[in-house]
Structure formats: structure tokens, C-alpha cells
Design a protein around this ligand. Structure first.
Ligand code: MLT
Ligand code: MN
Ligand code: ZN
Length: 317
């Protein structure tokens, strides 16, 4: 399986258009060692020809331009993107759909909760029905629990996608923001059915529930929420009154933070995976000190064997 990180930043990107925090001002002015990043999205393929776009970032057009594999030029009008799968209905993950309107009807895989938001509060689906049109393929939960049915995407051979319901929140604009439900946010276990290698992808992860822990332990590569370093990062900087937890993100630092979670994956289980498993942070907010390549926080991640995703990063499993 091949994975291309199209965008590695959280909502707003890096630098964010209106932000003058140390990182944003530093990358603009060239005073820190950091690389600009677009808003988070990945592409996954079994054969390197046809890809599933996972989340449709507002930066999708720039991401496609930067990624020759997504423009294979097999016909007068063509795209390497065979289908789109959504992890949630957040603005930074769905608004790129509007930019794909010149193409064929879009196969769109998402939960009923996300589909509902995209037909009501943020009505991208009805809008797109006047352009390319969208074919919804529901991602189903099993019973009332967090387990979900594995799906095969036509045209994407050799990959099996198993969604996992995450406890988090619907977007701020959603009418059910205050009543979280199963399917508002998902993670994905993607398995190469030939090699048996697996990727766990969850750009928004606030809570490590048992099914998430099990999926991470099973995975050869975990590509997970790297939004904030500190639980109170946005409050501290005076940018927001919301904590990382309020926004559905687990910060890296702290006793039960993401570093501790990723360390714990190595403590038990399969010895082969323990030594070979890649641990990579994605969906990094512009305020996060790990964006500065020379920061102490970045060095700490390196000591824990944790990588930081960048736009254009390629992962082969
Ligand atoms: C989030 O995941 O919390 C978002 O990046 C926020 C946003 O898109 O505005
Ligand atoms: Mn986001
Ligand atoms: Zn900033």
C-alpha cells in the first residue's frame, strides 16, 4: 500500500492567513526552520494508479498540482482519485469537495451523521448535485457499538477499509454538536489484503478507547492526531477559550498525552510490529512547537521514535 500525505496541517494551514504566532511569523519571515503545510488530507492506493482521497481539504487543488500520481493523464479528462472518504464533516476535511465539481459523479464514503450535515447545515451535496453529483456510500456501524463494517472501494484493489467510530464531536456548525453520536468522527484501519500490512489513520483523536487502542496495536503504521502540544495551547496563546479536549484532540504532552499513548504501543504485543511500527503525527496546528524543526519538543518526539508528517511525505507499507 502506498500513502501520500497531501496536507499535514490542521484547519487554517501553516502559516495561517491571519496568524502572527511565533511559528506563523517565523515561517513567513524565515526566522525558524519550518516548512509550510496545507490542511490535512491523505491519498491511499494499492497499486499506485488509483487512489482513495481521505478527506477533501480546502487546499485540494494545490495538493493535486503537487502530486503527479493524482494526475495520471490516461484520458482527455482524468484523475487518479477514484473515490473520497470522509473522517468527519469538519470544514478543513470536506470543503475541497466543491473543487472537484468538474469531474465525474463523486463516489463519497461517509457515515450517515456526516452525510446528514453535508445535506443540511453545510449543504455541499445538494450544491454539487448541480455539478458533478455525489454518490453516497454509507459507512455503517455494527449494531449500536463503535465497531463498523469493513468496505471495499470499487477500483481500489487489494485494500480493505475498516472505519472505527471515535468519541469526539460534530463540527461547530452542526445541530448535533452538543449531542455527540456514533459516526460524527471516525478513524480508519486500512489493510493491504496481499501483504497484510495495516495503517491506522485518525487525524482527529481525542480519546483512546479500547477499539482505538486495539487498532493502533495492530497497525504497522499509525498516522494520528498531532494538533496540539499542550492541552491549553490555544488558551495560553490567547487565541481561544477552548482546550484541546474541547476541540476533540489529544495533546502530545502530559501523562496521558499522545507521546505516552504511542510509547505504550511498544510496551506489549507483537515483537515484529514493536520494532518496525512507524508512529507519525498529522493534522498539526500552526501553534504547535513541533513545527519548528529545531525545537526541544521536536527533539523529544525524535527520542520517542515519533515522526512529524509533512506535505508530500510518502509511506509504503
Ligand atoms: C479541528 O480539527 O479542530 C479543526 O482543524 C478546526 C477547524 O478546521 O477550524
Ligand atoms: Mn481539523
Ligand atoms: Zn500561528
Amino acid at each position: 500500500m502506498k500513502i501520500i500525505v497531501l496536507g499535514s496541517a490542521a484547519g487554517g494551514g501553516f502559516p495561517q492567513w491571519n496568524c502572527n504566532c511565533r511559528n506563523c511569523a517565523g515561517v513567513r519571515g524565515g526566522t525558524i526552520a519550518a516548512t509550510p503545510r496545507t490542511q490535512s488530507s491523505i491519498a491511499v492506493s494499492g497499486d499506485g494508479n488509483d487512489w482513495v482521497l481521505i478527506n477533501a481539504s480546502p487546499d485540494i487543488l494545490a495538493q493535486i498540482r503537487a502530486t503527479p500520481a493524482l494526475q495520471p493523464a490516461r484520458a482527455k479528462r482524468d484523475s487518479g482519485i477514484a473515490a473520497v472518504m470522509l473522517m468527519d464533516a469538519q470544514i478543513d476535511h470536506v470543503t475541497g469537495l466543491l473543487m472537484l465539481r468538474e469531474g465525474k459523479p463523486l463516489p463519497l464514503y461517509c457515515t450517515a451523521s456526516v452525510w446528514n450535515d453535508l445535506n443540511t447545515s453545510l449543504p455541499l451535496a445538494p450544491v454539487l448535485s448541480h455539478y458533478c453529483g455525489v454518490h453516497w456510500h454509507p459507512l455503517h456501524t455494527i449494531g449500536d457499538g463503535p465497531g463498523m463494517q469493513a468496505v471495499h472501494v470499487p477500483g481500489i484493489d487489494g485494500l480493505r477499509f475498516t472505519p472505527l467510530a471515535l468519541s469526539s464531536k460534530a463540527p461547530p456548525y452542526s445541530p448535533h454538536r452538543a449531542q455527540p453520536g456514533i459516526g460524527d468522527n471516525i478513524g480508519l484501519l486500512i489493510e493491504d489484503t496481499g501483504s497484510g500490512k495495516t495503517l491506522f489513520y485518525a487525524p482527529g483523536l481525542g480519546l483512546i478507547e479500547p477499539q482505538v487502542d486495539a487498532a493502533m496495536r495492530r497497525a504497522d503504521c499509525v498516522l494520528v492526531d498531532g494538533t496540539f502540544w499542550r492541552a491549553d495551547e490555544m488558551i495560553e496563546l490567547g487565541f481561544s477559550s477552548k482546550s484541546a479536549a474541547d476541540m476533540g484532540h489529544l495533546p502530545q504532552s502530559g501523562e496521558a498525552g499522545m507521546i505516552a499513548v504511542l510509547d505504550s504501543l511498544d510496551a506489549h504485543g507483537n515483537a515484529r510490529r514493536r520494532t518496525a511500527r512507524r508512529k507519525i503525527l498529522i493534522h498539526i496546528n500552526n501553534t504547535n512547537p513541533i513545527l519548528d524543526d529545531d525545537s526541544a519538543q521536536r527533539a523529544l518526539l525524535a527520542r520517542h521514535g515519533i515522526e512529524v508528517a509533512f506535505d508530500g511525505m510518502e509511506i509504503v507499507l
